[in-house]
Unconditional design. Structure first.
Length: 110
């Protein structure tokens, strides 16, 4: 059962990785910053929107890093081990967030 559980988690992580990589590519597209009539107003709106995208892109990149780290841990055989205390992370917590780094107790302290 444990192998099947970890295999399901790996599938979820790989799907999330693919989704996040696509999201980053979308967020990297640059706006045109307005052309023609009303370009100053449109350019200001697009610049504001772009700054929002930059912040979102950083959040997505951080999540992708955590997903990649979880996949690396799976390959190395130390997946599901808390980075805080070294104990096993509960299956419920792993199912809720396969890229989690901490058990419930250590997560409260971080």
């Amino acid at each position: 059962m444990k192998e099947a559980f970890f295999e399901k988690l790996k599938e979820r992580l790989l799907l999330e990785k693919d989704f996040l990589e696509k999201q980053i590519k979308e967020l990297e597209k640059f706006p045109s910053f307005g052309e023609g009539k009303f370009s100053d107003e449109k350019e200001a709106d697009e610049a504001e929107e772009y700054s929002t995208y930059l912040g979102l892109k950083e959040v997505v990149k951080e999540r992708l890093e955590r997903v990649n780290k979880a996949l690396e841990k799976m390959e190395k055989g130390n997946f599901g081990i808390c980075e805080g205390c070294g104990k096993k992370i509960g299956m419920e917590k792993l199912w809720a967030n396969p890229a989690t780094r901490f058990c419930k107790n250590c997560a409260k302290r971080v």
